[in-house]
Design a protein around this ligand. Structure first.
Ligand code: AMP
Ligand code: MG
Length: 402
């Protein structure tokens, strides 16, 4: 049985960003992952321009209070026609192009205008005051955005400004999801004695869809080795990642590992010293499809997805940073207990009090089969092997979810 850290390392080291990329329209690239370095042929700013409403002048002329002749008005979008000569100035507005000859802007509040004359009441601090120079933010040809970043509003604004209307992104991952178990029924079916509603399919679909991947729903597969083998073989052909729940324990009807072997998968993990979630299979196929055989219990499914599958899917999707789980320190709001035998994950909620994270575990029974108190979970608290109790007010490492 592997430790959580060993399992995490093994899984993440076996994954590289997918190779497939596609070109999409700028308007559709939100939340996608950039697949190539973006450069621009434009300098930013594109030309020297004014940072203020005021007057474009020659620094030489205004080292002391002076009155200058206004020779031109330069509103936004206008190309100046004249060159500022000694003793001259131009009216200029924020963002407008600096006229030739001028090197400094005097803000309106420090001037007095009378017809075609402007008096500069206060000398500027330095040459170039309130001028934004061409290329001072970015020079054409340099890397503007690097691959592996998620495209959110700031990056989309940059792409738009750089006139990058066709954006190279990693293709969406295809993730197949199936539930194993002859006791399972879909939520719309009447329950017979002994049957259980397949909640895992819905939980996993939501988790995968939230990550921006394409979901392939395979639904419930009975505990029948032939049916299960054919379902898994189809899933492996069509998906980058296959996630199943159930059937990975040591029961008589737990066929997943055996089927994976028959299908030539390399099983890298069979169980992990984690609670909840000990029976967890991770395998890779010769076509490089990844397989996560999560336990059947609903709480185990969520915890093991967040802890192992989510970082793996993030890394595979092309993210350059932020795929590795990072634990933060929080203060436990109540006493926390564990039997100390396996690395223990408590689901609960994190909030901020006095500028610090604080972690409150979900109330009630914390058994892996209980999904009722999972509502509102936004963090997992972690207790190490051998750690049996954390007093209220002490710190606990937490993993934020979502
Ligand atoms: P297994 O690992 O297949 O023995 O499943 C462990 C427990 O999880 C059993 O009580 C199952 O009934 C339950 N379970 C398995 N699959 C699901 C599912 N898709 N949705 C809800 N509960 C499940
Ligand atoms: Mg089962």
């Amino acid at each position: 049985m592997l430790s959580v850290a060993e399992a995490e390392k093994l899984i993440l080291e076996s994954i590289q960003a997918i190779e497939g990329t596609e070109i999409i329209e700028l308007a559709k690239c939100r939340d996608r992952i950039l697949a190539a370095s973006i450069t621009s042929k434009l300098d930013f700013p594109h030309w020297n321009n004014s940072a203020m409403d005021g007057y474009a002048v020659r620094f030489e002329d205004v080292k002391q209070p002076a009155t200058l002749d206004l020779i031109e008005e330069i509103p936004a979008g206008y190309q100046p026609q004249k060159t500022i000569q000694p003793g001259q100035a131009a009216r200029i507005l924020t963002g407008s192009v600096m006229p030739a000859g001028a090197d400094t802007v005097i803000m309106q509040e420090e001037t007095k205008r009378e017809g075609d004359l402007v008096s500069i009441l206060m000398p500027p601090e330095k040459q170039g005051s309130f001028v934004r120079y061409r290329g001072s933010y970015y020079q054409a040809g340099n890397p503007l955005l690097s691959p592996g970043i998620v495209l959110k509003a700031p990056e989309i604004a940059i792409l738009a400004a750089a006139q990058c209307v066709e954006v190279p992104v990693f293709r969406r991952l295809r993730v197949a999801i199936l539930s194993t178990g002859s006791e399972l029924v879909t939520p719309d079916q009447p329950l017979q004695p002994g049957q259980i509603v397949d909640s895992n399919q819905y939980a996993l679909e939501a988790l995968v869809a939230e990550m921006g991947a394409e979901v392939i729903s395979l639904g419930i597969i009975r505990d029948d080795p032939t049916e299960l083998k054919s379902a898994i073989a189809t899933a492996v052909q069509s998906a980058d990642v296959v996630i199943s729940s159930g059937g990975v324990s040591v029961g008589d009807y737990d066929y997943v590992d055996r089927i994976l072997e028959e299908l030539n998968a390399e099983i890298k993990i069979r169980s992990i010293a984690i609670k909840p979630g000990k029976p967890l299979t991770f395998a890779t196929f010769p076509n490089s499809t990844l397989y996560f055989g999560l336990p059947g219990n609903p709480a185990s499914v969520l915890v093991t997805f967040w802890r192992f599958a989510q970082p793996a899917i993030r890394k595979l999707s092309g993210l350059a940073h932020g795929w590795k789980p990072e634990f933060l320190d929080a203060i436990a709001t109540q006493e926390l207990k564990s039997d100390g035998k396996r690395e223990f994950y408590l689901w609960g909620s994190v909030s901020i009090a006095d500028g610090k994270f604080q972690f409150t575990p979900a109330g009630g029974t914390r058994l892996s089969g209980n999904l009722i108190n999972l509502a509102g979970t936004n963090a997992l608290g972690r207790m190490s092997i051998g750690q049996t109790h954390i007093p209220a007010g002490e710190s606990i490492p937490i993993l934020k979810i979502g």
